[in-house]
Design a protein around this ligand. Structure first.
Ligand code: NAD
Ligand code: ZN
Length: 355
């Protein structure tokens, strides 16, 4: 199936189809008549899908280069960019030629940023291969890299020309990363789609989820598409996607990105902030328990411990999306209905007591 992301001149389609990886050369042929394509991937994804894609594109008449970076968040470091630019220059890729990001969120973000800046911008295509990348990071045009001082501190809004999603590529994704992506999948149900949330409650294993994966990806991408269309540059409605992320990000930073993966951290965050807003009478009673039950069913954690609450709360107020001592928090009225609300940091006063 296909989804159209309507962003004026920057519009593009998302194609979701089991087995799509085998048809990529012909799909690319339809939209790109240049001669060179640079593929950027990491060593894990490259091992499974790199040479197949490269030889397919060569058979379709393209001249290719495969740029393979080490797997892991370190590859999103700003200092990796010169290596990518150098290889693009060695390959003599010009401004109207194409770059493909083949991989998870790390490869999508760093490749997208390289594409946005190399020769002041060359077209790029996303082929997301992790669940997180397929439902979240490959759509919406946020690209960027990390600095020593923090994650995602340098970046751009730069939309891909196309997003090709082959759900079957998830077959090789390690369980840990599959669960991690499920954190974001649950989030979409929470903020926009109660029926989808209820459907997820009937899923008990990864195998079962994979039987419905095309529908699941379609539902998530459709929500992200709509939110991004309303608010491409993230000044309003798009903030709804940050449900669970205020506490989640603080938890990731507080534990130095070593204890919780992103999906785990935001799951904990979704449950915790919903408990707080239930107590304040904003959220329908029982909602936090419902999210917690679904998270546990998927194998995601919902509880956490913090040693030093003052520094944890300080991290939360320093979050780059918050100004002064007021922060915008995303809360649920109930499952499927989310709101953006201005709160002072005292909103979190009870957090220590409810975890
Ligand atoms: P990742 O790219 O590191 O991928 C996770 C791991 O899975 C890696 O080891 C990778 O090699 C492996 N992998 C990926 N696909 C595979 C497959 N099909 N088979 C086997 N192994 C596979 O991490 P991620 O979780 O995909 O993405 C995290 C990154 O995404 C973070 O840097 C985060 O900041 C970013 N992100 C960006 C946005 C955005 O809007 N741009 C949104 C959310 C997250
Ligand atoms: Zn997230």
């Amino acid at each position: 199936s296909e989804l159209q992301v309507g962003l004026g001149n920057n519009s593009y389609t998302i194609v979701i189809e089991n087995g799509l990886r085998h048809r990529l050369p012909e799909e690319i042929k339809k939209i790109y008549s240049g001669s060179k394509i640079a593929i950027v991937t990491d060593n894990n994804v490259g091992m499974y899908y790199g040479s197949q894609l490269e030889s397919g594109l060569q058979a379709a008449g393209y001249e290719t280069v495969l740029i393979t970076l080490p797997a892991g968040e370190h590859t999103k470091d700003f200092m990796v960019l010169p290596r990518i630019y150098d290889q693009l220059l060695d390959f003599q890729l010009t401004r109207d030629e194409l770059i493909i990001a083949l991989g998870g969120g790390v490869i999508g973000d760093v490749t997208g940023f390289a594409a946005s800046s190399y020769l002041r911008g060359v077209p790029f295509i996303q082929i997301p291969t992790s669940l997180l990348a397929q439902v979240d990071s490959s759509i919406g045009g946020k690209v960027g890299v990390d600095l020593a001082r923090g994650k995602n501190l340098v970046g751009a809004f730069y939309q891909p020309k196309k997003v090709f999603i082959d759900p079957q590529m998830l077959d090789t994704l390690p369980d840990h990363y599959f669960r991690d992506g499920m954190g974001e999948v649950i989030k979409y149900g929470c903020i926009k789609n109660a029926a989808f949330f209820d459907f997820l409650k009937t899923m008990h294993t990864r195998e079962e989820l994979m039987l419905h994966i095309e529908d699941i990806l379609y539902t998530c991408c459709d929500i992200k598409r709509r939110v991004v269309e309303t608010d491409e540059k993230d000044t309003g409605e798009r903030m709804l996607l940050n449900f669970g992320h205020t506490i989640g990000h603080a938890l990731e930073t507080y534990t130095d990105y070593s204890k919780y993966s992103h999906g785990e951290a935001i799951t904990i965050g979704m449950v915790a902030i919903t408990r707080l807003s239930e107590k304040k009478g904003i959220t329908k009673p029982g909602t936090a328990d419902e999210i917690e039950a679904l998270a546990k069913q998927i194998g995601l954690p919902t509880e956490f411990q913090v040693g030093e609450w003052d520094s944890f709360l300080a991290i939360m107020t320093l979050d780059k999306k918050n100004l002064g001592d007021h922060l915008k928090v995303i809360l649920l009225k109930e499952i499927g209905e989310s709101i953006i609300q201005n709160e002072s940091i005292s909103f979190f006063d009870d957090l220590e007591r409810i975890v």
